[in-house]
Design a protein around this ligand. Sequence first.
Ligand SMILES: [Zn+2]
Length: 480
Amino acid sequence: MREKFYVTTSIVYTNTPPHIGFALESIQADVIARYHRLLGEEIFFLTGTDEHGFKITKAATEAGRNPKEFVDGISEKVRNLKKILNLSNDDFIRTTDQKRHWPAVKKVWLKLKENGDIYKKKYKGLYCEGCEAFITKKDLVNGKCVNHQKKPEIIEEENYFFRLSKYSKEIEKIIQEDKIKIVPQVRKNEILNFIKQGLENISFSRPRKDLKWGIVVPDNETQTVYCWADALTNYISAIGYENNIKKFNKYWPANVHCIGKDILKFHGAIWPGILLSLRLSLPKTIFVHGFITVNGQKISKSLGNIIDPFELVEKYGTDSVRYFLLREILPTEDGDFTYQKFEARYNSDLAKGLGNLVARVITLETKLKVRGGNLKVAVKNPKLNKVIDKTWKNYRMALDEFKFNEALISIWNLISFCDRYIEEERPWEESRNQKEVISNLLLAINEIAKLLEPFLPETSKKISEQLKTKKGKSLFPRLA
Ligand SMILES: [Zn+2]
């Protein structure tokens, strides 16, 4: 039986259209999914939208729409990323999905309650509107929320609470021992330090009068399920936790949750707590990426520096955008987007590096009428085989650790090797090696196409076609 592999992105909050940061996350997850498909595993790749909460109501009101219309529009935009970014996700879950998602959330709630982990309490606490969560003094710097630079409000109300504290020690051990592996190490340390201070019980509902746009608590109509208890459930609702237990058992636990660093606390502390209470297995890995800045500044509406992934793809093409984000942005650190950097990468690596090599070799082949199709000659070349083997080895090592940029570097090293090989062998000159040299190069390009598939799927396909049709066309026209 084939091994299964379940990978998720976080679900996009539908108060604003998706920006370049989510494009990065979904492309990273897509590479993970495609890589494991390449290894022959059975993949389930999930993404979707998080559509409840006060901020949605607020954004909808500002836009003069009702919440449902509003989230339908944005969710559709997020769904369309599949096409423009060439994502291979198998499913798309919406938290407003009343058939799949709501029943799962209700089931989760009732199980947590049945296990004695939900209770009612009058509560007075600090509420951050940006987080849509009660926060504690630990989350504050100079009296403001670290993530939102906003002063929290003091709110007093009666809510349901989840006994997260009960699982605090166990979660600490789980993270410590990499039972849930947090990548990178610096994020593991960060969440571990947070857990070590002792996890507190957390509010799991809000009064319905203050939060109408959400799922009603199963046995109390005056309360709405707190948005994180709702949102996190997407990872199990989509694969049939409530309505398709066979599918659920096949894919759960997730192999990788891909998330941004701002929501690590929810995934590294609250989510394991919920799963422990539900007595479900734990995700194997949480991969945490950094943020994208634009010209060195944080992306924000007020700064007007939001990069629209749709516009970017329209201008430069899908694979160019995928390449930039995977190559230039270090996978687990913050990275900067500028058009200058984008065009420099494009010209040097795609137009000149990859595109040039493919066009050059296929043109040579056609012109010299060598080959053709006989890659057997090349298989005998020990030097080339060694380089290709080494490339695959480095590539796999890098991808197993989510080092997308390093995997790409290993492919580009092979490209440089081929360029040097051409210069050394000069196959355009009459020599008895002509046929062998070109065959070697064709074999190498064939490998490059395979290696590129998870990263640049369209380009990979185009290269394979060019190898078949023997028509070398420019893959990436140079930008002026
Ligand atoms: Zn906040």
